[in-house]
Write a protein that binds this ligand. Structure first.
Ligand code: AHG
Ligand code: MN
Ligand code: MN
Length: 354
């Protein structure tokens, strides 16, 4: 009997689905839903898609073509740059410049915002962490790319207008889209548009296409998993220690939480999106402002988590998406995950701050 893509075939038999939704098709269908769309956003996303595929390709081949190890430089926030940090950054800049649709680009690896004056009518600003989790690269552990997209106001369009880095110092609520990739056993892409669903795609290497495999991702409302670098606990505020202590010592009849920490935000966030739980990188006495960067790490993830039914707050329990950075590389504490789990963080904070 013939089976179509949705029926179970024999074990080991591949079901052939001839009507797959690629990222290209998905973006085209989304564009059609917005009658006033010019197609610029779709073209920008095609350029992003190419950057993701290229970075995925270099990461897969890194050990074979001498791309492991340090580049011998450090970035603006003082981190040692890996060779792949530099390549990922170069790939991203070239893709954004080449798209003709990007006016401003902020990258973790660039001290200053890059202003593409050769495209004065480009309407979009992009923020990115080209390779997140790069300390994990040489061990073959999952890393990824995080990005956010802002649409610039009309009054800074055109050759007469002057555009500066200040034009991208906006809260995450003003992003039109955000997402991240994770280069793991396969390359995954998670993307969301403002107030839209969260959709997950998997890179099919032979076709070279991202395929929609996780439509309308929704976080479970709760799950007993926490993800944090517990080695920092000596630096944590008392309430942070109290919160994590309560997860491990739930009292009579309660079951302690499981700990899972990869050390790549993209991988920890991806697992949290799928399974639920809480991911945290609190501000602490060593890093009073937090470690993760607002524009290109916290805000894009916060938009994904909120749109998937979760919550995302900073170390003062403010909504992460409403935080406006003062500088492009500003940092923040972060707690994101399942609604009920993040609510527990908020409740513990208020109990201790009374
Ligand atoms: P990046 O590689 O872009 O500098 O980011 C690393 C980040 C993030 O991926 C992760 O959650 C966190 O740093 C891990 O930090 P620790 O090693 O301090 O746990
Ligand atoms: Mn990062
Ligand atoms: Mn990085």
């Amino acid at each position: 009997m013939a089976t179509n893509g949705n029926e179970n075939g024999a074990v080991g038999q591949e079901n052939i689905n001839t009507d797959i939704v690629t990222l290209t098709r998905f973006l085209t269908e989304e564009q059609v839903k917005v009658p006033e769309a010019t197609g610029d956003f779709t073209l920008l996303c095609h350029a992003l898609q190419f950057a993701f595929k290229s970075i995925a390709y270099y990461i897969r081949r890194a050990t074979l073509i001498n791309l492991t190890g340090l580049a011998g430089s450090s970035n603006t926030t003082g981190d040692d740059q890996k060779k792949l940090d530099v390549i990922g950054n170069d790939v991203f800049i070239a893709a954004m410049k080449g798209s003709g649709k990007c006016r401003i680009l902020v990258s973790e690896e660039e001290e200053e915002a890059i202003i593409f004056d050769e495209h004065p009518n480009a309407r979009y600003a992009v923020v990115c962490d080209p390779i997140d989790g790069s300390s994990n690269l040489d061990a073959g552990v999952s890393v990824g790319t995080i990005f956010g997209i802002f649409k610039l106001p009309d009054d800074i369009l055109g050759p007469q207008a002057s555009v500066t880095a200040k034009d991208i110092l906006r809260p995450g609520t003003e992003m039109v889209a955000s997402g991240f990739t994770m280069y793991g056993a396969s390359a995954q892409l998670v993307i969301t548009m403002k107030s839209g669903n969260v959709n997950g795609f998997t890179l099919e290497n032979s076709l070279g296409e991202f395929i929609l495999t996780h439509p309308n991702m929704q976080l479970p409302a709760k799950r007993a998993i926490y993800s944090v670098n517990e080695g920092n606990s000596a630096y944590w505020d008392e309430w942070v220690n109290a919160y994590f202590h309560s997860l491990k010592h739930p009292g009579e009849g309660g079951k302690p939480y499981s700990a899972r920490y990869i050390g790549s935000m993209v991988a920890d966030a991806y697992r949290t999106l799928l399974y639920g739980g809480v991911f945290a990188y609190p501000a602490d006495h060593k890093s009073p402002k937090g470690k993760l960067r607002i524009l290109y790490e916290c805000a894009p993830m916060a938009m994904i988590f909120e749109n998937a039914g979760g919550l995302a707050v900073n170390s003062r329990m403010e909504r992460l998406l409403s935080i406006q950075p003062e500088h492009i590389h500003d940092r923040s504490g972060v707690f994101l995950g399942s609604k009920d789990e993040v609510q527990k963080v908020i409740d513990t904070y208020h109990k201790h701050k009374k």
